[in-house]
Design a binder for this molecule. Structure first.
Ligand SMILES: CC(C)(COP(=O)(O)OP(=O)(O)OC[C@H]1O[C@@H](n2cnc3c(N)ncnc32)[C@H](O)[C@@H]1OP(=O)(O)O)[C@@H](O)C(=O)NCCC(=O)NCCS
Length: 164
């Protein structure tokens, strides 16, 4: 069994972009409950919060997007490490805030466990596109909303976290 600490976490290179596309096609989109409406939801979330207005002391932000762990590797702390490693790198580059648009329960829970707070909630039960309800929440495995989540990065995040 692979342990999250045994893996190497690195920044992808441009020439690896096709590998990323293939990885997301295999591991992200099949598990993303929104699929066709994802981009509409994300565009609403994108404009829902003005981070620079909410956090006057912030001028550089990390945006976490499409965090994905292969299903057979899930539940072993890899997602947690991906977030922590990203925060660590962002902190080194002067970011004071991390944000994410979390569209389903697993990512919302993952971020919550790492101290993220929700700044905005989009309720899927009432969400409409062109005047029509688009989500059947009964089929969404317990997800009823999307959330804009934030975490203030502290200088100590420059040090790598140990497992919390
Ligand atoms: C979300 C995802 C990245 C989590 O990665 P992971 O490696 O399985 O997560 P971890 O083992 O690091 O778990 C960390 C925390 O996340 C939460 N979590 C992870 N998977 C969860 C699930 N299926 N349901 C509810 N909470 C979950 C738990 O709170 C867990 O902490 P705990 O076990 O101490 O309570 C992974 O499930 C995934 O790739 N999902 C499909 C794609 C997706 O939805 N990505 C997010 C889009 S923004």
């Amino acid at each position: 069994m692979v342990d999250s600490d045994a893996l190497k976490y690195s920044i992808l290179k441009k020439e690896e972009s096709q590998e990323v596309v293939d990885f997301l096609a295999q591991h992200f989109y099949p598990r993303e409950p929104l699929v066709k409406t994802l981009h509409t939801v994300l565009s609403v979330l994108e404009t829902a919060v003005d981070f620079f207005k909410c956090y006057q002391n912030v001028d550089r932000i990390l945006e976490l997007a499409m965090i994905t762990v292969p299903e057979k590797m899930s539940g072993r702390g890899v997602g947690r490490r991906l977030v922590q490693e990203s925060e660590h790198l962002a902190c080194q580059q002067g970011c004071q805030l991390a944000t994410s648009q979390a569209t389903a329960v697993p990512s919302q829970k993952l971020l919550q466990r790492l101290g993220y707070e929700s700044l905005y909630t989009l309720d899927y039960t009432t969400f409409e596109i062109a005047g029509e309800r688009v989500f059947d929440v009964d089929k969404m495995l317990g997800t009823t909303s999307a959330k804009v989540m934030v975490h203030e990065l502290k200088p100590e995040d420059k040090q790598l976290h140990s497992k919390e």
